[in-house]
Design a protein around this ligand. Structure first.
Ligand SMILES: Cc1cc2nc3c(=O)[nH]c(=O)nc-3n(C[C@H](O)[C@H](O)[C@H](O)COP(=O)(O)O)c2cc1C
Length: 178
């Protein structure tokens, strides 16, 4: 960071009192991620699901993972109240599922196959991995809420390739370099 600042001796450009939101989003988008669909079953709201690339591992012992959900998401309250959730890590041929679960509201579940996890959260078939979680904690995170889950069950399949997201676009893996 200091190096970047030094290349702007007048202090213009890199350092601002208020970050420009578009530049911030653009910079964040340079962190390549996988793509997940996080699902849950709420006792009243029923099945919910959102596409999320904010998934992250947190702890090995106990086994904890997190994702963050926008305060504007229609399914926010249901995710906060559901007993658990499942993080489904998409495969490169599952872009349509990502697009479907990134649409706000509507019936995202029409014709979608799944099996139920320990707390009723839908586990999607043929993903790279699925982490079935007990709701462990939730934290304030600005315009998002951070939801932490304790992994109680897991499926994974090392064959095949994941769907990736980089620079606002879907990608596939490049060559292995090390
Ligand atoms: C690649 C990708 C990653 C996304 N990651 C997140 C995320 O981590 N958290 C989030 O709240 N929304 C994320 N979104 C947007 C949500 O998927 C979208 O707003 C969702 O459909 C909200 O659903 P709902 O309002 O019906 O609850 C992402 C969208 C895309 C395309």
């Amino acid at each position: 960071m200091a190096q970047g600042h030094a290349s702007h001796p007048a202090g213009k450009g890199n350092r601002r009192e208020v970050l420009d939101p578009l530049r911030f989003r653009g910079a964040l988008g340079l962190f390549a991620t996988g793509v997940t669909v996080v699902t849950a079953r709420h006792p009243e709201a029923g099945l919910i699901g959102i596409t999320a690339n904010s998934f992250s591992s947190v702890s090995l012992d106990p086994p904890l993972v997190l994702f963050s959900i926008a305060n504007t998401a229609r399914s926010l309250q249901a995710f906060l109240e559901a007993p658990g959730f499942c993080v489904n890590v998409l495969r490169k041929d599952q872009r349509a599922l990502s697009v479907r679960f990134a649409r706000q509201g509507g019936d995202k579940w029409e014709d979608v196959d799944y099996t139920a996890g320990r707390f009723g959260a839908p586990i999607l078939p043929n993903t790279m991995a699925a982490f079935d979680c007990l709701h462990h904690a939730q934290h304030e995170g600005g315009d998002h809420r951070i939801i932490v889950g304790r992994v109680v069950d897991m499926e994974h399949n090392v064959e095949g390739e994941p769907l990736l997201f980089f620079g606002g676009r879907y990608r596939t893996l490049g060559e292995e370099i090390g």
